[in-house]
Write a protein that binds this ligand. Structure first.
Ligand code: ZN
Length: 298
């Protein structure tokens, strides 16, 4: 199964060892490429944002409530100045970084230095909005800023589910995204030690995640992580980059502007452009539009 030529991303779930293991793999080349185009990110920023988008898709797709939203905020002291990724309950994501132009030298091993870009001394925060009054928020301290380690620590400490994961973004020479994706393995209570050690060994021995995704596709990720363990695929769903902004939402934001500032904007007589944080949409409002909005808010 080679997903190299496919033009959509997929999130695939499997159960293994009679339900003791749950595993999900997301192939995310297109969503990360879309994020790169929208935000014009450098390779390091593409990797930081891309890994976080993959994490959000993996967790978001696991939510059972329809119309739920999951937000990951990675706030470290590094030059990328924060990463935000939001997923709906199907695993479609959107996101941004504080500084898309962050440029750092490669690490000694030739990899993009996401850890330094994100930094430490901060938090990895997951907030789930399932339509109740308050969202459910959990947070742990950043471990390395490499995202996958931070997500694992979050799931183990905050949600108390023993987990292993990897997230990867492979950037091509022309700075486009060659491959991207991630996997998350979670153990149910009561899993045997031998099962855990088999998993650990498989993950230690497996090929580089982005190489597998680039050359063989998501199916091979399951085959390598669950080597020697009986598993079957339970679902296969399309995911991608999706923004829910609209002119109506931009209008709502304008109505919230301080009354005096809005009057000043109307008096200036210039068009106002409201850009979406998550995508390349721009909504233009004429002074007449602003006046109408100001009046409707009275
Ligand atoms: Zn948008």
């Amino acid at each position: 199964m080679n997903n190299k030529e496919e033009n959509h991303d997929e999130l695939i779930r499997a159960t293994a060892a009679d339900g003791m293991i749950k595993m999900a793999v997301v192939s995310a080349k297109n969503m990360v490429q879309r994020a790169r185009e929208i935000h014009n990110t450098t390779p390091t920023a593409s990797a930081a944002l891309g890994r976080t988008l993959c994490a959000a898709s993996l967790l978001g797709n696991a939510m059972k409530e329809e119309n739920a939203t999951l937000t990951i905020r990675v706030a470290g002291d590094g030059p990328v100045a924060g990463v935000v990724a939001v997923s709906d309950s199907a695993g479609f994501v959107r996101g941004y970084v504080g500084n898309p132009a962050v440029d750092l030298p490669l690490r000694a091993d030739g990899k993009l230095d996401v850890g330094r870009a994100v930094g430490r001394n901060g938090n990895f925060t997951v907030s789930r909005d399932i339509g109740l009054k308050e969202p459910y928020i959990g947070s742990t301290e950043l471990v390395s800023g490499e995202i996958a380690e931070d997500l694992t620590a979050y799931l183990t400490e905050s949600e108390q589910v023993p987990s292993a994961c990897a997230l990867g973004v492979l950037v091509d020479k022309d700075t486009s995204i060659k491959a991207a994706g991630g996997f998350l393995v979670q153990l149910m209570p009561g899993a045997e030690e031998t099962l855990i050690s088999t998993l650990e060994e498989n993950i230690f021995m497996m090929d580089q995640l982005t190489t597998i995704l680039d050359e063989d596709g998501a199916g091979e990720v399951f085959a390598q992580v669950l080597k020697g363990i009986e598993y079957h695929i339970v679902s296969r769903e399309e995911v991608g980059y999706r923004c829910f902004c609209s002119r109506e939402r931009a209008e709502e934001a304008i109505v919230c502007i301080d009354r005096k500032d809005l009057e000043d904007m109307i008096r200036d007589g210039k068009d106002i452009e409201v850009g979406c944080q998550f995508c390349d949409a721009k909504y233009v409002f004429t002074p007449e539009d602003l006046r109408r909005l100001a009046e409707s808010a009275e």
